[in-house]
Design a protein around this ligand. Sequence first.
Ligand code: SF4
Ligand code: SF4
Length: 179
Amino acid sequence: MEVIELKNADRTLPQRVKEFGGIDLLACYQCGTCSSDCPVGTEFFFRIRRIMRKAALGLSEQVLPAKDIWCCTTCFTCFDRCPQDAKPTDVILALRRVAAREGYTPQASRNTSANITKFGHAVPSLEEIEKKREAMGLPARPPTAATYPEAIREIQLIVKKRGIAEIIRFNWEKMELEG
Ligand code: SF4
Ligand code: SF4
């Protein structure tokens, strides 16, 4: 059995979760409905109920650096079924926001954010795909933001204004991630 030491608990975590879009974590009474219905939890060791409890207890060192909070697919099943309206999906998203600001963004998410910043799309356009599209009579690029330079500039403005570049450590001069 795991013994949890509360004397070093981060008492600011529940408040930060609230500020970043979660709710009062004490609303959760640990019934486990969320975990039993979670499609990710049925596949591997991921327990949303456990995350709710650890966050409420302020166990930042266990919650924020862990991969678990990034495993949730945000399907909202737990959100819909929670009898306490504790909004576990919103708590997960809030925990990600807190974790990201502490430097715990997973590399895959940093890469995706960098692609959106550079190209206006999570998946950059490849010449090979563009040729195939043209051969099928389609425009080389689909009509996404990536096709419109003005839209890319607007995305970059959002990335700058919202502090996302600092969070993912994006170097504007090199137009690539640092580290
Ligand atoms: S978040 Fe809701 S469903 Fe999950 S354990 Fe807490 S009260 Fe139950
Ligand atoms: S939103 Fe996330 S935690 Fe909730 S049921 Fe879906 S995958 Fe599981």
